[in-house]
Each structure stands twice: as C-alpha cells, then as structure tokens.
Design a protein around this ligand. Structure first.
Ligand SMILES: [Zn+2]
Length: 278
C-alpha cells in the first residue's frame, strides 16, 4: 500500500473559496487545501492495518448509570462516552475499513442508534442497496483532521447512493487515488463516470434519519449537500420539503457532492459547554 501511495499523482485544482459563515467554523466541513488532502491520503496510506490494530485503544467504557455527554460544538468540542458505528452490517458499511481501524467512526450513542435505526428502516424499500457512510468522529471527540467539524460526536458524513450504467444500486468508488472517495466530483446533475446519484434514495435516507432521530430523542440540526442538488432532491422526494429549512443554502468550502453531512442535536441535559481556545 505504501508504494502505491508514494506513486499517487498530485492532481492540483483550486476549490471555491466562497462559503457562508453564519455559523462560523461549523459550516466548514473540511479544510480543502490540496496539501491537507494529500496529507489526508498519506495518513491512511502510511499505516498498515495490522499495526493500527495493535495500537488502537478502545474507547473508555462509561460506568453503569453514566450517560454520554457531548461538549462544545462541531468546530470545537469533545465527547464523553462515544460509541463506534458498526463498520458494516446487513445493509450498510463504512466507506473505508481503515477509517474504522483508525477509530474515526465514533458518535454519541444516541446518534449511533439513530443512524443504525434509519438504515434498518430502509432495508424494506431498498433491498439491494448497501449504504455507505463516511467519517463521523473520534471516540473522545476533538479535532478530526482535516475536517473542521465532527468534534463532539454529533456529525456524520454519508456517501451518496448511486446507480450504475446497468441501473443497479452502486457505491461511490473508494481508492487512495480519489482521496478515499472525498475527491470524486459529481456534475451539477449528480453524474460522474457512468454513475448517477439516486436522489430518491438520498431523500428516503434523510427522512429515515429524521424519524429515527425522533425515536431516540434527538433531532437533525443541519444538512449539508451542495445547493446544486436541492431542486433534484425535492423533485424526487417532495416529502423532504419540511426539511429544507435545515439545508445549508450556500456552498460550503468543500462542495458536498459525493457526500452529505448531517449534524444532529441532543437534548440539553446531554450537552455541556466547552471553553474553546482558537
Ligand atoms: Zn462532514
């Protein structure tokens, strides 16, 4: 794996610098400088799975009766009592096993339940789809480089469900050459290399997350997906109209086309402020 990583091409491109700042750093899902992304890929490449298995330290378990607490916000936070999202299950899986090995698949336990519950409800209507989630957070929260949010266990990335040339459910291709999927660039119609985004599935997933969140006493706080896709989503799944106020209206610094980002909110008794130093 290491030699392949050293041989990877440096595909330089400028990404848009515009972005809304009405929530400060919370809006900036990823720092998109090329240097960071190159390093991001290198980070995955350098570590062999065996070594990481040996080094990986499990999250400290909470004592009986303790509850998991999210501190601060997405841009500066931490998590007490984080739980790993399963790396794979009947109808979903991580985008990269390495992310699991690196412990970058943690969330607040209620958000784990929410995500898993949503996938379970989708099994009936999407029997042939294996859903693909992206990065979430670390066991104890904190910076999840190169993301600028994902720090308090309440944010999850989901790769877009796609349909291939044969009309079958498929996944975003993941490799070291496309920065583990995060560098795949869909056009404004949601197409790339014979794949097209299944907007109906995206909408169904968002609705399933909303229902599952409610059943777990939490709620969706914000959804980030490129504005290029908002109209298509609404057209395919009119039932998401009531979720539109949660959609970030402007383009984030990173165009969210290959994945969408969802922030969740916990009840106030499960949150604590955090004095952050910037
Ligand atoms: Zn994200």
């Amino acid at each position: 794996m290491g030699s392949r990583c050293r041989k990877q091409k440096r595909q330089l491109h400028r990404l848009p610098q515009s972005g809304s700042h009405d929530r400060g750093l919370g809006e900036l899902d990823l720092d998109i400088s090329e240097v960071l992304f190159d390093n991001y890929t290198r980070m995955y490449c350098r570590w062999s799975i065996l070594l990481l298995l040996l080094l990986h330290v499990a999250a400290p378990a909470l004592a009986a009766g303790d509850v998991a607490i999210a501190f601060g916000g997405g841009g500066c936070g931490k998590l007490d009592g984080g739980e790993a999202l399963p790396c794979r299950a009947a109808n979903f899986e991580t985008f990269a096993d390495t992310a699991c090995v690196l412990g970058r698949n943690y969330l607040h336990p209620l958000i784990v339940k929410t995500v898993v519950g949503a996938y379970a409800t989708l099994a009936k209507d999407f029997p042939h789809r294996t859903w693909q989630y992206g990065e979430t957070g670390k066991a104890e929260g904190g910076p999840l480089w190169p993301h600028k949010t994902h720090q308090n266990g309440l944010a999850a990335d989901f790769f877009v469900p796609v349909i291939n040339k044969k009309g079958e459910p498929d996944q975003v291709p993941i490799s070291v050459f496309n920065k583990f999927g995060y560098d795949v660039e869909f056009d404004k119609r949601g197409r790339v290399d014979g794949l097209r985004i299944d907007f109906g599935a995206v909408g169904a997933h968002l609705l399933a997350l909303e229902v599952s969140a409610k059943s777990n006493g939490v709620r969706i706080d914000r959804i980030i997906i490129t504005p290029d896709f908002h109209a298509a989503l609404l057209r395919e799944v009119p039932a998401i109209e009531h979720l539109l106020p949660l959609f970030m209206k402007k383009e984030a610094w990173v165009r969210h086309d290959e994945h969408y980002h969802v922030d969740f909110e916990l009840p106030s008794n499960l949150r604590r402020p955090l004095a952050c130093q910037r």
